[in-house]
Ligand binder design. Structure first.
Ligand code: HEM
Length: 404
């Protein structure tokens, strides 16, 4: 009933209409969602390509951070490279170097487009496209955002064209684009193309970056932010990793169940950090009766995750990070369904398993090797956030100290 998405005018400008995996047409979202989930499962579980990429990217990040020799560093670009490369691997079948200009330009362009959604002009355009005529009076950000959007689309079109030249339709797919092209070919043969078109592929790929990059990178960076504020929690994570895994051993997803304190801290972080306070907009697909209220079909609904995560009736001291609340009396991890950073229901995050794998592996490896300290003793980064749909701590420096 709540599984629809509104038809936003901004999406006509950015995505050419209701396509992709986030804002796609409400009558066929299920088939696209199912297909994307199938591909993610294939690369994540069927063949552990993504786990290998995450571990490789984390090791590269560790090498780069060592080079700072404990001098202050801002971590955003390192998480951008690592998370960006996991999506590059998934979608394009290759990764980029840390200092690769195109990867960071790609992320910069995506940030500009996400800002458009949140801008005053973005909201006005949703009321009427005519407001675009006033963009120059408000600084021209909307027009600028559309230029960046064109650059992203051009980049993705080039990648898809390259895949079309090099794909082997009979072999295992190399990545998401190959899988999708093979599905299109199968459907062509049966005369059943439906919504599996070039444009849908383009926007689906776009959405994997738009939905998967900033979210995962910011969650990981916010984890470090909180560990600066809670050194006693950091010390317990170190102790658990030392006892269970050791300082040198490889960590894989099999080890996750052996690290209850780390799992509890990640769950608690995802509760307290409220990465997406306003979630994504939903729309009712039919009339809904909720108690005494009737919500007509086609109403926009904005679920507010923080109304649960930060409700003191649900969690005592809701603003404090207390991993122990997710451990039972034997120290075993308790998953809490009231904590829903990936949302709920038919439109819940499509990349949840991938994101969970990334966060677990990044964090476990980084804390196996490093202690994270404030830039100066006692100089903690303030709880201040950059404006936007995603609640991201403002950039902060920290010292990355190799554990002896
Ligand atoms: C920590 C990381 C992440 C968080 C917290 C997160 C959270 C969310 C949330 C709250 C939604 C909205 C669900 C709703 O409307 O009810 C969403 C949707 C979505 N996410 Fe994620 N996400 C993360 C990572 C990822 C990754 C890695 C990918 C894929 C590469 C991804 C792909 C998507 C897609 C495609 C949707 C739209 C689903 C639909 O409309 O059916 N996300 N995510």
């Amino acid at each position: 009933m709540f599984a629809g998405r509104p038809d936003l005018n901004v999406n006509n400008d950015i995505l050419g209409g209701a396509y992709g995996l986030v804002f796609q047409n409400n009558s066929w979202y299920k088939s696209q969602r199912r297909y994307a989930l199938h591909v993610l499962r294939d690369f994540g579980l069927g063949r552990p390509i993504l786990q290998d990429t995450i571990i490789d990217q984390t090791n590269k990040m560790i090498q780069l951070l060592k080079e700072f020799n404990e001098e202050p560093v801002e971590l955003t670009p390192y998480f951008t490279t690592a998370v960006g490369n996991v999506i590059f691997q998934l979608v394009f079948g290759y990764v980029r170097e840390h200092n690769d200009k195109e990867l960071h330009m790609f992320k910069h362009n995506l940030d500009s487009v996400l800002e458009m959604y949140n801008s005053l002009m973005g909201m006005l355009v949703d009321i009427s496209p005519n407001f675009k005529k006033l963009d120059h009076l408000l600084g021209g950000h909307y027009t600028e955002g559309l230029k960046k959007n064109d650059e992203i689309l051009d980049y993705l079109r080039k990648e898809i064209a390259q895949h079309k030249k090099t794909i082997d339709y009979e072999s295992e797919p190399r990545d998401f684009i190959d899988s999708y092209l093979q599905e299109m070919r199968r459907r062509e043969k049966t005369g059943n193309i439906e919504e599996f078109t070039d444009h849908q592929l383009l926007i689906a790929v776009y959405d994997l970056f738009a939905a998967g990059l900033e979210t995962t990178a910011t969650t990981s960076r916010t984890f470090i932010f909180y560990m600066l504020h809670y050194p006693e929690v950091q010390a317990k994570i170190h102790a658990e990793i030392d006892n269970v895994i050791g300082r040198e051993s490889l960590i894989t997803m099999v080890d996750q169940a052996r690290l209850p304190y780390l799992n509890a801290t990640i769950q608690e972080l995802q509760r307290v950090a409220v990465l997406g306070p306003l979630n994504l907009i939903h729309m009712t697909l039919e009339d809904v009766q909720m108690g005494k209220y009737k919500i007509p079909k086609g109403t926009m609904v904005v679920p507010q995750i923080q109304s649960v995560h930060l409700d003191e009736k649900v969690f005592s001291d809701p603003e404090c990070l207390i991993p122990e609340r997710h451990l039972d009396e034997n120290g075993a991890f308790r998953k809490d369904d009231r904590i829903m950073p990936f949302s709920l229901g038919k439109r819940a995050c499509l990349g949840e398993s991938l994101a969970r794998m990334e966060i677990f592996l990044f964090i476990s490896y980084l804390f196996q090797k490093f202690e994270f300290q404030p830039e100066e003793p006692g100089k903690l980064p303030p709880f201040e956030y950059s404006p936007g749909l995603i609640r991201a701590p403002k950039p902060f420096n920290c010292r990355v100290v190799l554990r002896k």
